[in-house]
Design a protein around this ligand. Structure first.
Ligand code: PLP
Length: 387
């Protein structure tokens, strides 16, 4: 058989994060600090809701926008947490994780030749999806001096062309853990208005924050027509494998996203969605407890990493990543991470996978257990020495 594949198969590749994940999964004896996956079990009341859903025989399709129950539960959570309102019937879609939320949103907005601004460093998945839509990712720099918490607006301005259509904010940021404060968000919003851009706020880590600087984009402005918020159950509720997330956006955008969801999944998986509705509407104590535990791990891990010779990192304000500058030790972070796996038996993600500004960095996750973090630090200190 002559095998020919669509051209897009050559332009999109497995993300480096998934590559390291696959490689690490095949290698025994590693301390796994590469993966951004909570080591907590999904909270009991959410499991109970899933059991009830199973016992109740909820095995049919839902609307392509997700169930009414889950969208109302999302509204309740956004109102209680942030005072944000929207119409759950027309302005919210439940998706298969924030990943699908991103995929469907960009497929509704981006076509051949369109340009999508995304932060550097930032989650590389933005690039793959943009390219899959025929668009071009354009990376705008976050300022390293601020711990990647601020946008270089002068540089950003120079990147705009008549084809720029979307700007993505990753807040809190993966990989840096930086949180864009109120002023930064307002400036980004004004920038989007001035250049008539859609503004995607990827807030997948919205509940994993260590101070009070996180503000959801929807809370800041009255005219929400250009704002598209992406959210996730994965990190906030330790529900990675349940594959639940959402989009909140203008009704017209949502109607397009719903059509694309009908083409990819018909609808979100209903049992997961019932569990997610319980997560959103139920008590939030488990999320608070997880945040407290991440706070404890962060205190330990960031201090310990900074004790290692050649390692430097800022304390993140959100998410659960340490973005470590190792440029004193290497000018090739990809080779450095391979060396970490093969010789030190610790996994991390090369910083350059997140954009050119990530060069010379390694991302470690502290969503791993305290024991894993301690063992990882022990191995790293043994390999590189202490300051
Ligand atoms: C910034 C960011 N957005 C979205 C996602 C996707 O999350 P999920 O598809 O599990 O909801 C991730 C996952 O790591 C992420 O880091």
């Amino acid at each position: 058989m002559s095998r020919s594949f669509a051209k897009r198969t050559t332009s999109v590749k497995l993300s480096p994060i998934r590559e390291v994940f696959e490689m690490a999964s095949r290698t025994p004896g590693l301390v796994r600090l590469e993966v951004g996956q909570p080591d907590f079990a999904t909270p009991q009341h959410i499991l109970d809701a899933a059991k009830d859903a199973l016992a109740g025989g909820h095995f049919g399709y839902s609307s392509s926008s997700g169930s009414e129950e889950a969208r109302k539960a999302l509204l309740q959570r956004m109102q209680e947490d942030y005072g944000i309102s929207f119409d759950p019937a027309s302005q919210a879609i439940i998706t298969v994780g924030a990943s699908a939320a991103l995929y469907l949103t960009l497929h509704a907005l981006v076509e051949d030749g369109d340009e999508v601004l995304r932060p550097d460093p930032g989650w590389a998945q933005y690039d793959g999806v943009t390219i899959d839509c025929g668009g071009t990712p354009v990376l705008y720099p976050l300022e390293e001096a601020s711990g990647f918490k601020t946008i270089d607006f002068d540089a950003l301005e120079k990147l705009v062309t008549p084809r720029t259509k979307v700007m993505i904010l990753c807040n809190p940021n993966n990989p840096t853990g930086g949180v864009l404060g109120r002023q930064q968000l307002l400036k980004a919003y004004e920038f989007a208005v001035d250049h008539d851009l859609y503004l995607i706020a990827d807030e997948a880590y919205s509940a994993i924050i260590y101070g009070d600087s996180f503000v959801p984009m929807l809370q800041l402005v009255d005219d929400k027509s250009r704002i598209i918020t992406l959210g996730s159950a994965s990190k906030n509720y330790a529900m990675c494998g349940w594959r639940m997330g959402f989009v909140i956006a203008d009704a017209e955008i949502c109607s397009h996203i719903s059509v694309f969801q009908s083409l990819t999944n018909l609808c979100p998986p209903v049992l997961s969605m019932m569990a997610y509705a319980a997560a959103l509407s139920g008590p939030q104590d488990a999320t608070v407890a997880m945040r407290q535990e991440y706070t404890r791990r962060r205190e330990y891990f960031i201090k310990a990493l900074n004790e290692i010779r050649g390692f430097h990192c800022h304390a993140p304000e959100g998410a659960f990543y340490a973005f470590v500058d190792v440029s004193e030790l290497t000018n090739d972070d990809v080779a450095f991470c391979k060396q970490l796996i093969q010789e030190v038996k610790v996994t991390g993600i090369p910083g350059s996978s997140f954009g050119p500004q990530g060069k010379g960095h390694v991302r470690f996750s502290y969503a791993a257990s305290m024991e894993s973090l301690q063992e990882g630090i022990r191995r790293l200190k043994a390999a590189f020495g202490e300051k």
